[in-house]
Design a binder for this molecule. Structure first.
Ligand code: 6R9
Length: 653
């Protein structure tokens, strides 16, 4: 890549939002915390580990980095993760506090207090043990968003059996590959799941995935939709048979701080999926800390809701482990935001009095597309913190989120992190930071990042695009790729040498020293020697009043090397005037960024290809833009989207 300066988008509104003094007064994230972390990195994390978690045996060393890049945190310490997330809250007298308000897509509800959760997790742990699961065995979990997903994860943690959660939307092939890689002994699934008002089967995918040679001995099946299922005597067992009848008393054994907690496969890019390995003490410390400080969680008074699926790392860290370690009361919702109507999420916020909402930019842009009048029908005044994760949030969507959902007052935390980092790394602190729409801003206390140029030199010039790296080990960092230590070193610790964790994201500083994340490095384009970021052009397109969502890719071009190709979804109400619309949008990008960024081609589409966690799969759009056969679509939320786009393409030329 060249180090050409990318022009900043000249957004009409360059507004900052200073923290509200009343909010700052009660905030968990304080200036003292920032100071403490800067003064003593390891001492700071030791303090977080000791004050936020309950250890069965204290640790005697904070960090062992002698085998870098393989870290060991809180060496010698012992704890049980499930005990930290459940039992200790009951022991502290909070058994009656609601842990989970479950809302099914069809409107069925279930309330689980911490005491209920303790009983359910103990039963599930006893049942898994009776099926032969012991410490160290791997368990695959392929479930919809129902309480049993969290209960299963915690039951595994209780036994010290690492889980591998696979999205309920993934195909049997994807499931099979993940089961094989982790050599899972048991799979936990359900008969089916409710999506968009219909029951969709899940168990057949498991049946296909475990047919033939397999490591799987038992399949534990939750009844959810009551659909008929094929039954394999001797292998399949019903949850309601073995879990419901199990004892609700279970003695949990502490595990070593470095005992594996879970494997989670990263999706999206090409090649064999990577089984990202996380362990116990460091991971739990960082997710508890960030959930308290970044989301500003006050467990006695807040009602927290993270809209992610548990099959995504966000569901692991910010539905299950972080909030439950902190004793939070949270909402868990099974379905889609528009079932049975487009106000469903806001109805849930109103119903439970949600105070903290954590979601993804793609969801925010979708709600923007549906129009302001939908959220306006509900009382959203309980919301006091809003969070964003998964992609850069463009300033337009940020401002909409704050105004329409946050009542023009709730701070937004734009949180940058990855499956590999385990927990939040770069984010504003809601009581402390002067908020800058569109930027994730600064590493949180305890985390250090830099932006490097092609030669690996620190880049401090504002607006120059470089590579984001992390410069110090952190407690929730991945401990490796399951079964492939070389790939771990090669992927993350070789691009700029062993000192720097290479995140794979493009980034730049602005004049105030805020970090702007610019998308995956593979998605950065080079047009006539100018480096352009997909995120910036997309942001410029979305700042046009007719555009709801945009995806930009670089397609090979004979004259310019690469050319900008854009795919856009228009907002509800915006008319598609064919060439006129396209011209207007091209000119808009030229005006916002510069003529060099003007898309060669703009396609108006109805949908964009996204993973289940809402990330646009640009490589598939690149295939379309370069007239190639479309690649692997198994991790798409809806694989028919690509057919729609291809048909649209041939029709429009
Ligand atoms: C948590 C999660 C990681 C990649 C990451 C980056 C993108 C996530 C972001 C963001 C800009 C943010 N990403 N949060 N980009 N601003 N606030 O998403 O994990 O699924 O592993 O994806 O997502 O590109 O490298 P994961």
């Amino acid at each position: 890549m060249s180090s050409t300066t990318a022009e900043p988008a000249e957004h009409a509104e360059r507004r900052h939002f200073p923290p509200d003094p009343a909010f700052a007064e009660q905030a968990n994230g304080t200036a003292d915390l920032v100071e403490a972390a800067a003064a003593d990195h390891e001492g700071f994390w030791a303090e977080q580990a000791r004050t936020r978690l309950t250890w069965a045996k204290d640790f005697d060393q904070v960090l062992d980095w002698s085998e870098a890049p393989f870290a060991r945190w809180f060496v010698g310490g012992e704890l049980n993760v499930a005990v930290n997330c459940v039992d200790r809250h009951v022991d502290a007298g909070n058994g009656d506090r609601v842990a989970i308000h479950f809302e099914g897509e069809g409107g069925d509800t279930r309330t689980l207090t911490y005491a209920d959760l303790q009983r359910e997790v103990a039963k599930a742990a006893n049942a898994l043990a009776s099926l032969g699961v012991a410490k160290g065995d791997r368990v695959a979990i392929y479930l919809p968003m129902i309480p049993e997903a969290a209960i299963s994860m915690l039951a595994c943690a209780r036994l010290g059996a690492p889980h591998s959660v696979v999205f309920g939307g993934f195909s049997s092939d994807a499931l099979k590959a993940r089961i094989a890689d982790a050599e899972a002994k048991v799979v936990i699934t359900s008969d089916g799941q409710f999506r968009r008002g219909k029951a969709a089967p899940l168990k057949p995918a498991v049946d296909a995935a475990v047919s033939g040679e397999t490591t799987v001995e038992k399949v534990l099946v939750v009844r959810r939709t009551e659909a008929d299922v094929d039954w394999h005597e001797g292998r399949d067992v019903w949850w309601h048979d073995v879990v419901d009848s199990a004892s609700d008393q279970h003695e949990a054994q502490p595990v070593d701080s470095e005992h594996p907690l879970f494997i989670l496969y990263t999706s999206g890019t090409t090649g064999k999926p990577k089984g990202i390995l996380h362990t116990s003490g460091g991971y739990l410390t960082q997710v508890a800390y960030t959930n308290a400080v970044v989301h500003d969680l006050h467990p006695e008074t807040d009602v927290y809701w993270c809209t992610a699926d548990v099959g995504w790392v966000t569901g692991h860290s910010y539905i299950v482990y972080g909030p439950l370690a902190n004793g939070a009361t949270q909402v868990m919702y099974e379905g889609t935001p528009d079932t049975p109507h487009q106000g469903r999420w806001w109805e849930i916020v109103q119903k439970y009095g949600v105070t903290i909402l954590y979601t993804a930019p793609t969801a925010i842009r979708t709600c923007m597309k549906w129009g302001d009048d939908i959220p306006a029908r509900f009382d959203l005044s309980s919301l006091r913190v809003l969070g964003s994760v998964g992609e850069p949030i463009n300033p337009e969507a940020w401002l909409w989120y704050r105004r329409v959902i946050g009542g023009d007052k709730a701070p937004i935390v734009d949180t940058w992190w990855q499956t590999e980092t385990g927990g939040i790394m770069i984010s504003p602190l809601p009581g402390l930071t002067d908020l800058e729409p569109g930027s994730a801003q600064k590493p949180i206390p305890g985390i250090s990042a830099e932006i490097l140029d092609d030669e690996g030199q620190p880049l401090h010039d504002p607006e120059k695009v470089g590579y984001l790296v992390l410069t110090k080990p952190w407690p929730a960092m991945l401990r490796g790729i399951w079964g492939d230590p070389e790939r771990y070193k090669e992927t993350y610790w070789s691009r700029f040498g062993p000192e720097y964790y290479f995140a794979g994201d493009g980034a730049k500083y602005d004049a105030d020293g805020n970090i702007w994340l610019l998308g995956r490095v593979d998605d950065v384009m080079n047009v006539s020697g100018h480096r352009l970021s997909t995120a910036e052009i997309e942001s410029a397109l979305v700042s046009h009043p007719s555009v709801a969502e945009a995806a930009v890719v670089g397609a090979t071009d004979e004259t310019t090397g690469q050319a900008v190709c854009a795919f856009v979804i228009l907002r509800g109400g915006a008319e598609d005037r064919g060439d006129e619309t396209v011209q207007e949008l091209r000119n808009h990008v030229a005006k916002e960024i510069g003529p060099i960024a003007k898309p060669r081609q703009i396609m108006v589409v109805a949908e964009l290809p996204k993973t289940r966690s809402g990330k646009i799969m640009r490589r598939l759009l690149r295939d379309v833009a370069e007239n190639r056969e479309v690649g692997d679509v198994t991790t798409l939320a809806d694989s028919t989207v690509m057919d729609l786009i291809k048909t649209g393409m041939s029709g429009s030329s």
